[in-house]
Design a protein around this ligand. Structure first.
Ligand code: SF4
Ligand code: SF4
Length: 285
């Protein structure tokens, strides 16, 4: 089967194949067990990139979270590809995954030579920049990547490291506990130092800073995929969330990537940004 045509037909802007064995040093025991339960005798991770940039409109949600939840969008597209692979090779196993799979997706992409290896830890795929979601198909079939070399490093200009508001990025690595993307999604009350970071941050969900400053993202091509271009929610206000029960919130926003933690972290972040939610106003009286 022509895999270039297959992945293009499901909307991927690029794809590659990584040897499963080469990814093992990047997986803990639990991840290996999960992967091997999903696909006994795994041999190859097919990894595909789907652009999501839809313009940098004002808003308080990270750009990745404004369209349809990428887990849903990618799984549907990858399942289409997996079904066609199964048709071609009924004895083969082809298991789609997007973000919540046990596979180290970025590592797989770089090993497969997909795009560039960003110092911000992201896969950069010109002309879409780093505004791409990664999805995988784990298979017990050996798929060759041709002669493609692993991804080259980015420019290493250091702009992402200097711009990171929490100091999460450094040439030595990444500190998730200082990353605003992680902190805005954290549940419960935040310790004072983390509260301070969230209070000063312009987004109530996620962080795009290490992407917006990256030269590869200066003029990205917009996504051709309707799920990430249409019916966007750019911002949430306290009024949007006021009075919603968890169930009502799920009904209204359940197909959005910012909804998986429920309304509580969004309300807390709005409060920290000085936009009092109904719940915190109630507490004052
Ligand atoms: S997402 Fe934001 S906080 Fe996290 S590494 Fe990038 S710039 Fe730093
Ligand atoms: S900002 Fe510079 S160092 Fe950071 S990912 Fe982009 S090109 Fe690489």
């Amino acid at each position: 089967m022509n895999l270039d045509a297959l992945f293009a037909s499901i909307g991927a802007a690029g794809w590659g194949a990584a040897d499963y064995g080469a990814l093992l040093p990047h997986m803990d025991q639990g991840a290996r067990e999960k992967a091997e339960a999903l696909c006994p005798h795994p041999a190859t991770v097919l990894v595909a990139a789907f652009p999501y940039y839809a313009g940098d409109r004002p808003g308080n949600l990270s750009l990745y979270a404004r369209g349809l939840d990428y887990h849903l969008a990618l799984l549907q597209r990858l399942e289409e590809a997996a079904a066609r692979l199964r048709q071609e090779d009924p004895a083969g196993r082809f298991v789609p995954g997007a973000d919540n799979s046990p596979l180290p997706e970025r590592e797989a992409a770089w090993r497969a030579g997909l795009g560039l290896q960003g110092e911000n830890g992201l896969v950069i795929l010109p002309p879409y920049g780093s505004w791409v979601f990664l999805g995988t198909i784990l298979t017990d079939r050996t798929v060759s990547n041709g002669e493609r070399a692993p991804s080259s490093p980015c420019l290493r200009c250091g702009k992402c490291v200097s711009a990171c508001p929490g100091g999460a990025l450094s040439p030595g690595g990444f500190r998730v506990d200082r990353c605003l993307s992680h902190l805005t999604q954290k549940k419960g009350e935040l310790p004072p130092e983390e509260e301070k970071l969230v209070r000063a941050h312009p987004l109530i969900w996620g962080c795009d800073r290490c992407q917006t400053v990256c030269p590869y993202n200066a003029h990205p091509l917009p996504s051709p995929l309707p799920e990430f271009r249409e019916e966007l929610v750019d911002s949430l206000t306290s009024a949007d969330l006021a009075g919603l029960t968890n169930r009502q919130f799920r009904e209204q926003y359940g197909r959005r990537a910012f909804a998986w933690r429920g309304p509580a972290p969004l309300r807390r972040n709005l409060d920290l940004r000085g936009e009092k939610s109904e719940k915190s106003i109630d507490k004052l009286f």
